[in-house]
Design a protein around this ligand. Structure first.
Ligand code: NAG
Ligand code: NAG
Ligand code: NAG
Length: 411
């Protein structure tokens, strides 16, 4: 039982590593809550790598499907010439068809985007990460467009026309294909991009802290290591051997520091001056009109009420008058603090997730005048009904907790 607990933690640590690598850069405020080591010991496991089946062979079909979603076109790189990478200043876009005086509500706007390098030469391969949007500032409206990589330097952008009124196409280069190539190379070749601290605790309370990682070499640890194996995936986790405590006295982790994994050239490709930049406006504002004989302003299909498990169309919805409209289901809106309170009255809401969800918790805390509990302070797994009632809140006062979803996510 104790051993299984330990391995669960390791599995979660590995999942969290991937999570960190993928998302950390987009969430500068990402969760790095340090919790004191918990009570789960992790046992040392002798290395028997030849006996376990290869990781990829035992993957279920679902994971194979997921990896196929990660498909990205080849990114040949710039051959060392920064100016041969895709530029947000010289890339252009135009309407696929002839311009029209007005566009019909419910139609599709098609746009051709031509990627160019800093010299202005058209690119001959794809792999750039462009992002398209249609915005209606007067209607406080916006919808994302679908960008299809034709893999020859051009991209086909399709944007649904979902509201009546003025609209403006906006195109951004998030990362050049050369920058994507850098990220992909690091993802494939560098097993570790951050390091971790491992906390060990002895029977008599002695505590020791060492460096841990998925790869013992990338952190420069010399000398003996403790090695742990995930029973499900077979993946390994290493910690430097603590000075006096045994390997099985590992009780917890926290995030350490970033490792140096990029060259100067890589950094220039990923620098702020070429990242998430607007392209010069390529299409004048368009006007969307209602379909003949219809007096509607939004193109919304008949939708069932929202419930969990619904498949999400692309795009999943849009904003109009600052309100989100799902294209798969009809939801309710809670525009005022009173309406939020009315919905939450007498309820206890547990938000279990990452920093994206924590932002919802913070939004509620700042929007609704009521006594909210700080989510981080509480481990709500241990919270029972009696505890909730004992806190002396007025009857009907909602309580909203947020906490990280996994043990390891509090690294
Ligand atoms: C994997 O994808 C195939 C084809 O899209 C689908 O038929 C199958 O149900 C998927 N399997 C799982 C486990 O998601
Ligand atoms: C890119 O590919 C698309 C689709 O195959 C084709 O229509 C278009 O002409 C090509 N563009 C260039 C510049 O080769
Ligand atoms: C972006 O900034 C880097 C230095 O931070 C510089 O080397 C590079 O030339 C700049 N790129 C462009 C396109 O201005």
């Amino acid at each position: 039982m104790w051993q299984i607990n330990g391995y669960k933690i390791l599995a979660v640590v590995l999942v969290f590593l991937v999570w960190m690598l993928c998302f950390r850069m987009y969430w500068p405020d990402s969760t790095t809550i340090h919790r004191p080591p918990g009570p789960h010991p992790v046992f040392r496991h002798a290395s028997k790598s030849t006996e376990s089946p290869p990781f990829w062979d035992s993957l279920p079909q679902e994971l194979t499907n997921l990896t196929s979603l990660l498909y990205w076109p080849p990114t040949p790189g710039d051959g060392g010439d920064l100016l041969a990478s895709t530029s947000p200043q010289t890339s252009t876009y135009h309407l696929r068809g002839p311009a029209q005086a007005t566009y019909e509500l419910g139609g599709l706007l098609e746009v051709i985007l031509v990627a160019r390098d800093h010299w202005g030469r058209p690119k001959s391969h794809g792999g750039d990460l462009f992002q398209a949007r249609l915005l209606g500032p007067e209607s406080k409206a916006g919808v994302p467009g679908d960008v299809q990589d034709l893999e020859n330097g051009t991209y086909l952008v399709s944007i649904p026309l979902l509201w009546v009124g003025k609209a403006q196409v906006q195109m951004r280069l998030i990362h050049s294909s050369e920058a994507v190539g850098v990220l992909r190379r690091i993802w494939r070749e560098k097993r570790a991009t951050v390091d971790f601290r491992g906390y060990f605790q002895g029977m008599k309370g002695a505590k020791e802290t060492v460096v841990c990682n998925v790869d013992p070499h990338s952190t420069g640890v010399k000398g003996p290591t403790c090695q742990y194996r995930d029973v499900v995936s077979g993946e390994l986790w290493f910690c430097a051997q603590p000075p006096t405590l045994p390997c099985n006295s590992l009780v917890g982790h926290s995030a350490g520091s970033y490792l140096k994994v990029t060259t100067r050239h890589d950094e220039a490709l990923l620098a702020w001056n070429v990242t998430d930049k607007l392209l010069p406006q390529g299409i004048p504002p368009i006007l969307v009109s209602p379909a003949a004989h219809w007096n509607i302003v939004l193109a919304l299909p008949p939708r069932p009420p929202c419930h969990p498990g619904l498949k999400s169309p692309k795009p999943s919805g849009f904003y109009y008058q600052n309100t989100w409209h799902s294209l798969s289901c009809s939801g309710r809106t809670f525009p005022t603090a009173d309406s939020i309170l009315g919905c939450l009255a007498g309820r206890v809401v547990h938000m279990i997730g990452d920093s994206t969800l924590r932002q919802w918790w913070e939004y509620l805390r700042d929007t609704v005048p009521c006594e909210w509990w700080r989510g981080e302070a509480r481990d709500t797994r241990a919270l029972r009904k009696e505890d909730v009632n004992r806190e002396g809140f007025a009857e009907g006062n909602p309580r909203v907790w947020w906490r990280v979803g996994q043990d390891a996510a509090s690294l």
